[in-house]
Design a protein around this ligand. Sequence first.
Ligand code: SF4
Length: 450
Amino acid sequence: MTAKNKKKRLAVGFVALGCPKNMVDSERMLALIAQAGFTVTQDSDNADVVVINTCGFIAPAKAEALDAIRHAVNLKKKGSVKKVVVAGCLPQRLGNRLFNEAAGIDAIVGLEHRDNIAQIIEKTCSADKPVASLSRFHKILYDDRTRFRITPRHWAYLRISEGCSRRCSFCTIPAIRGKIRSKPLPLIIAEAQELVASGAVELNIIAQDISAYGRDLKSKLTLPALLTELAKIPMLHWIRLLYLYPTGVSEQLIETVADCGKILPYFDIPLQHINPHILTLMRRPHSKDRLCRLIENLRTKLPGCVLRTTFIVGFPGETDARFNELLDFVKWARFDNLGCFPFYPEQGTPAAKFPHQVPDLVKKRRLEQLMLAQQQIAFEKNKSRIGNSLTCLIDSVNKNHSATGRFFGQAPEIDPVCIIKNCSTAAGSFLETKVIGSKNYDLLCERIKY
Ligand code: SF4
């Protein structure tokens, strides 16, 4: 039996956790595993090897990863799984300590070793003691081409850089993923062309901070210049901007979006907070005035644009008055979509040691209050869309003869959707619809007949 045939008999299950950046890593690892001759199985509870690609960014993500690891280790004890391999942010953050946090792991794989996943699996299968593939440094800029896609055929994530050079006081990402490394333009274009050739009509541009793209490149290429090049790709219809740092939303970027129909007027700008004292403590150098002007400017230059943001409540030093300032701002700004997290004091971050930590119960109450205020805004916005025509990208056709789709203001996975009744149009098609109602956060639409 050849080595390749022997490998073919080994079934590898894959558990992909974490954010879209991690999903790109998962898709790349899956392709490398398949290319090496292993059989990729969806039944990870009965696989020879289970690979868990983890997130370790905040406490709930770490807890989710540890749950998945313990589940796989239990299956190993029962004999249905032989080896458990843990990759991604959690091993990068915890290093060899992870072997103690979840006993029974056979291999840990740091971020720098992503592209060696097949060789690591092979080594683990023949090793009688745990294997650790870890590096402390963050130098590698991955080539993300050739992926085994987890996302549907018609949309994909396109990562344009890795790491982050900002130093927000609450964030573990720079320590886990290192400083920014932008991909060169030809590599991004080649990857985008590959994704489009495989059926993607929508590309979601991701990075820790996409607005910082190019700062570390000798060419000093900027995000607007990159987007202009991407927009030239035939058959690519939607380009969506996720994760913009507020000060990175330049006039040039706004003009580029206004001039190019393919770049959606959808801005995902995590603001984190609005109170000046909290922003200073967070080490985020923008003033409340500047943020208000940014929102007004976007809505003036791009009427009808969709704004998404994220906030942290219960940051150390957030008094009732400072929280109320945030709440008032949310009511004023009327974001289309909003996410909110309680502050997690992550080990190794400056904010974890700040005085005036906020009790968990207060954080929970503030989060509920903020999301309730946003719910009212979202429902009012949905009502105001009734009667409007929307071009929807169909994501799936459901059993009850309805389809699920999204208009340009709805990003995949995180935003609400459009439910289109009496529709059997194939996923990946664009359809003209009219909004006829709403159901919670979702829009109810019908097909426009010509
Ligand atoms: S910009 Fe985002 S990824 Fe970078 S340090 Fe701040 S919160 Fe973390």
